[in-house]
Design a protein around this ligand. Sequence first.
Ligand code: F6R
Length: 364
Amino acid sequence: DKGEYKHYMLKEIYEQPKVVHAAMEGRLGKDSVLEQAFGTGAAEIFDQVRQVQIVACGTSYHAGLIARYWIEDLAGIPCMVEVASEFRYRKVVLPPGTLFVSISQSGETADTLAALREVRDRVLASLAICNVPGSSLVRESDLCLMTNAGPEIGVASTKAFTTQLVALLLTTLVLGRRHGLAPETEARIVDELKQLPALLERVLSLDPAIEKMSQAFAEKQHALFLGRGTLNPVAMEGALKLKEISYIHAEAYAAGELKHGPLALVDKDMPVVTVAPRNEMLDKLKANLQEVKARGGELFVFAGCSDEVLPEEGVQVLELPPVPGILEPIVYTLPLQLLSYHVAVLKGTDVDQPRNLAKSVTVE
Ligand code: F6R
């Protein structure tokens, strides 16, 4: 039931404060992650993990890309991420101590499931990050961490993604504590995670401003999305959302790649969306934005601090509340979901059931 909402997608976007809470409920102690959440025998398995191989498709793959930054940064162990349709068909090197992590909303995605079946005898163990209890992926993996997002009806994945990120952050912490992550750091992140639902509520309150911004996209044929660090996969996810529900061609680039090619595309008809929290990469990002400005590109910036991001002609800046660094990719996803939602509504597409797409891709 959509209740007061016009579409399931909008309802599911607005459910995120509640479901990210569900994704951590019962899994956090006062200042640490509780390992029981991963199933019996999890602790012994985690003790032996030396690297992580993540496999997923689409939006779930983007969650994996963000987790790579976290795992290598906080646990200090190698993490590889690949789309399942490539992974399953190539000769993959899996060093001893590899934890195979699949990420899937449905738990039935054919390529992801096939990848698990392909390697399960060659890895230390498999962990499924999944939203559907009893799904094939959950049944066939050694460990699982349910994302608890509840049923997702809209074909475009929203709450499934942000809850996957919460689950992946919990996974990062249990791996990290075995590889020198300071207990104070874990305690700080656990504390920050507990603030996440309230932060997401605040971002949702910006919806009217985002809806207004969406008007600039309705007539456009193309859009570019830029981010750096964990915000790079967020930009990829923003571009995917825009293409799948509004049918506008969108591409994402790591902002530093701009001058290696895509800058040639920038003109007044190419809106450029940027996720720019106030972090150590902001100065670098600002230089990239100047490059866009200089070519007459129209900029839309979701920023941590609006006065730092050139509020001038041709630049629309929307300021988000201050966000702990680790939560930036989760929080900055919401404005991009809302932006593509409103663009699609303006264009009159079938938001919940975009053309040519299926919710669960059970054939390759
Ligand atoms: C995009 C989207 C798809 C899915 C992909 C994987 O909004 O929904 O890209 O993310 O088909 O599906 P799951 O997560 O069910 O394996």
